[in-house]
Design a binder for this molecule. Structure first.
Ligand code: ATP
Ligand code: MG
Length: 433
C-alpha cells in the first residue's frame, strides 16, 4: 500500500503493510519514529520499538506491517502506523545528504537528491505540465510527431550549436524541431512535438539549460494572431489543470497560486515599440558589448533578461511582446507587409520577472525573401536546400511556436533556478550525474 491510501479515517484500526525508505529517523529509548517515504513520494510516521530498528539508517529500504491510528501529533496529516513487523531490504550506507546542504552538493548528488521532497514536488508539477500540454494538443486535433535530434543545419544560429561526429561527416544536435515541423504541415496539418533541444549556452543564467524539453507546434494557413490564440489557450489550460492537480505540491513549495488562478485568455499584446518606450520612460539602461558601459535602450535592441524582468515586474498574467525588429530574430520570421523591418512574431513573457517562455509567429513563406534573409545572416542557402523546397512546392502562409517546458515549470513552481525544474540538468559546467 501507499501512504496516500492509508491516510484516511477508514483505515484507522486496520492492519496495513507498506514499503518504502527511511526518510527521517528519531531513535528514542523505548520507541522510535520513522518517517517512511513510499515510492510516490508520500510520507507517514511509523512507530516501532527501538530494539527492532536498531540497525536502520537514513534511506534504508524497508517494509513495515502495523496498525493505522490517528494522532493529531503525528506529522504530515495526523496518521501513523504502530509497527509490529519490520522487513529490511537494504541497510543504507551513511547518506551523504543531510538536512541543510549547499546547492552544489545537491547537484553533484542529484541522483540521490531526487529523493528530497522539494525535488519530488517539482517533478510532480513537471509531470502534470507535460501531461496537460499533451492533452491540450490531442483534444484540439493536433497530431503528435517527432523530429530528428541529429541534424545538419542551425535553426537558432551557429553560436549555440553542439557539433558531433556523425560517421564520416559533421552534424549537430537539434536546437529546435521547427524546420522539420514546417515540412510536416503540408501533409499532416497542425502538428506538435515534444523533443529535447540542445543549446551550447555560454553564459550562466537562471533560465538557460544546455538541454531542455521543447514543446513545439506548427500549422498551415494561420497568421500571427491565430498562433497567439493557440499559445494563450494552451498555457492557460496547462496552468489551471496543473494547479488543480498539484495543489498539495505547490503548497509544499510555498507557491502562492493566486496569480496563477487569474491566468486566462486573452493575454495583453504589447507592441515591441511600446515596450521600448516603457523601458525608456523608466530610464532603463542596457550594457554595451564591453559590459562596462551602459546606455539607454533603443528601438532595434533585443529584449534582454533584465528588460523582460522590468516589463513583467508588476503583471500577474503573461504578456505577448509583439512585432520585434526582424534584425534581432532568425531568418524564418516573416516580415510584416505593413511595417517594413518588423517581424510577425511574438514572445510570451511570464509575469513577475520570469520572462520569455514561448516564442512564435508567422514564417516567411516566400522563397526569394527567405533566401535574401539567409544571405544577410551569413547562412548558406544551399545548406537549407530541402527546407527551401517547402517554399518551392505549394508554399502556404503558416506559423508556429516553441515553448520551453522548464521555463513554464519554473514560473509555476516559482523555482529560483531553471536547474531545479529538470531531474538531471545539463549546463555548461555539468554533464553529470
Ligand atoms: P532566450 O532569448 O531566452 O535565450 P530564445 O530566443 O533563444 O530564448 P527560442 O529559440 O525562441 O528561445 O526558443 C523557444 C523557447 O524555448 C523559449 O521561449 C524558451 O522557453 C525555450 N528555451 C530557449 N532556450 C532555452 C534554454 N537554453 N534553456 C531552456 N529553455 C530554453
Ligand atoms: Mg537563446
Amino acid at each position: 500500500m501507499r501512504t496516500g491510501e492509508i491516510k484516511n479515517s477508514s483505515f484507522v484500526g486496520k492492519e496495513v503493510t507498506i514499503r518504502g525508505w527511511v526518510h527521517r529517523l528519531r531513535k528514542q529509548k523505548e520507541n522510535s519514529f520513522i518517517l517512511l517515504r513510499d515510492d510516490r513520494g508520500g510520507v507517514i510516521q511509523c512507530v516501532l520499538s527501538t530494539d527492532k530498528i536498531a540497525a536502520l539508517t537514513i534511506e534504508s529500504s524497508i517494509e513495515i506491517t502495523g496498525t493505522v491510528s490517528q494522532d493529531p501529533r503525528a506529522p504530515e496529516g495526523g496518521f501513523e502506523i504502530k509497527g509490529k513487523e519490520l522487513k529490511i531490504f537494504n541497510i543504507a550506507a551513511e547518506y551523504p545528504i543531510g538536512e541543510y546542504q549547499s546547492d552544489e552538493l545537491l547537484l553533484d548528488k542529484r541522483h540521490l537528491a531526487l529523493r528530497t521532497r522539494k525535488m519530488i514536488a517539482i517533478a510532480k508539477v513537471r509531470a502534470s505540465v507535460l501531461h496537460f500540454g499533451r492533452q491540450w494538443f490531442v483534444e484540439n486535433g493536433w497530431m503528435e510527431v517527432t523530429a530528428p535530434i541529429i541534424v545538419k543545419g542551425a535553426v537558432e544560429g551557429g553560436s549555440t550549436l553542439f557539433k558531433l561526429r556523425y560517421f564520416d561527416q559533421d552534424a549537430y544536435l537539434s536546437q529546435s524541431a521547427q524546420l522539420y515541423l514546417e515540412a510536416m504541415i503540408f501533409s499532416l496539418g497542425p502538428v506538435w512535438s515534444l523533443t529535447p533541444s540542445f543549446r551550447a549556452e555560454k553564459s550562466r543564467t537562471v533560465r538557460h539549460l544546455a538541454e531542455f524539453s521543447h514543446l513545439e507546434a506548427e500549422a498551415p494557413w494561420v497568421d500571427l494572431e491565430d498562433i497567439l490564440r493557440v499559445e494563450e489557450k494552451l498555457v492557460s489550460y496547462v496552468v489551471h489543470s496543473t494547479i488543480e492537480e498539484r495543489a498539495e505540491e505547490l503548497e509544499f513549495l510555498k507557491r502562492d497560486i493566486s496569480d496563477l488562478q487569474k491566468v486566462e485568455p486573452p493575454f495583453e499584446r504589447l507592441p515591441y515599440s511600446r515596450a521600448i518606450d516603457i523601458l525608456r520612460s523608466r530610464g532603463f539602461q542596457i550594457s554595451e558589448d564591453d559590459g562596462a558601459t551602459k546606455r539607454s535602450i533603443e528601438f532595434g535592441d533585443d529584449l534582454s533578461i533584465e528588460s523582460e524582468r522590468e516589463l513583467t515586474r508588476e503583471v500577474e498574467k503573461p504578456i505577448f511582446v509583439v512585432g520585434y525588429p526582424i534584425a534581432v530574430k532568425p531568418f524564418y520570421v516573416k516580415e510584416d507587409p505593413q511595417h517594413h523591418g518588423i517581424g510577425l512574431t511574438a514572445d510570451m513573457l511570464a509575469p513577475r520577472g520570469f520572462g520569455e517562455i514561448t516564442s512564435g509567429g508567422q514564417r516567411e513563406d516566400n522563397i526569394d525573401s527567405i533566401t535574401k534573409r539567409m544571405l544577410k545572416e551569413g547562412l548558406n542557402p544551399e545548406a537549407y536546400a530541402w527546407y527551401l523546397d517547402l517554399r518551392r512546392y505549394g508554399s502556404v502562409p503558416h506559423g508556429g511556436f516553441g515553448l520551453g517546458i522548464e521555463r513554464l515549470v519554473r514560473w509555476i513552481t516559482n523555482a529560483e533556478d531553471i536547474k531545479d525544474t529538470v531531474l538531471f540538468p545539463r549546463t555548461r559546467s555539468r554533464v553529470e550525474p
